[in-house]
Design a protein around this ligand. Structure first.
Ligand SMILES: CC(C)(COP(=O)(O)OP(=O)(O)OC[C@H]1O[C@@H](n2cnc3c(N)ncnc32)[C@H](O)[C@@H]1OP(=O)(O)O)[C@@H](O)C(=O)NCCC(=O)NCCS
Length: 181
């Protein structure tokens, strides 16, 4: 069974487990933005910032478990530019290789969208590599739509992939009367 939970506090053990998931995925070539696996210090700093920002309603870190095993993570962050503050970016969703294809990514992404909506985020964006059919199909099935694409933008050695931009407008999911009074 898949369970998901927001993270309000990080400890070294959780950071080490999340780091392991990311390292294994990056080593296998997963399109997470790293060419080489990040250090545990980099992940501790990154996720520490996300959790601190979550306390202010500016971010959210969600982890998934299958039974007792940590199976994946994802996080969103509010845009920092003052004129973009109502909006946020779903920056990463990552499911451990052995746990993929069992609904973990869907549960994680659904929880992240719900968390962003609960924080009052108006537009949630994300980007993905153009060849990541599984991720793109998952996002589309949850209501994301493509709003742009940079051809041959993502560089992995000599290879180039499109960078695809998706968005979901969370205001439209709040009902027609809200915000009009
Ligand atoms: C993309 C990713 C998050 C999806 O997570 P997952 O747990 O494997 O996905 P789920 O089991 O929840 O499946 C979600 C949908 O993806 C599709 N899918 C899953 N596995 C698939 C596969 N092997 N081939 C094709 N489609 C697949 C299905 O349409 C599924 O929808 P369904 O619920 O209607 O069956 C995961 O594969 C992953 O972490 N990949 C590496 C990192 C990455 O690419 N992250 C996204 C960066 S934008």
């Amino acid at each position: 069974m898949v369970t998901v939970a927001g993270v309000a506090e990080l400890d070294d053990g959780l950071v080490a487990e999340l780091h392991r998931i990311i390292v294994d995925l990056v080593r296998d070539g997963a399109p997470l933005g790293w060419l080489d696996p990040p250090s545990v210090a980099e992940i501790a700093t990154l996720l520490g910032t996300v959790v601190a920002d979550a306390g202010n309603g500016d971010a959210g870190l969600v982890v998934a478990r299958t039974g007792d095993d940590l199976a994946g993570l994802g996080y969103w962050r509010r845009y920092t530019r003052p004129t973009n503050r109502p909006h946020a970016d779903l920056e990463r969703v990552a499911v451990a290789g052995a746990a993929q294809g069992k609904g973990v990514g869907r549960a994680l992404t659904t929880a992240l969208v719900d968390d962003a909506r609960a924080a009052g985020i108006e537009v949630l964006t994300l980007d993905a590599r153009g060849d990541n059919a599984t991720a793109l199909g998952l996002y589309r099935s949850l209501g994301f739509t493509e709003y742009g694409r940079l051809p041959d933008f993502v560089a992995v050695g000599e290879r180039r992939y499109d960078k695809v931009f998706y968005m979901i407008d969370l205001r439209s999911a709040r009902g027609p009367l809200e915000g009009q009074q």
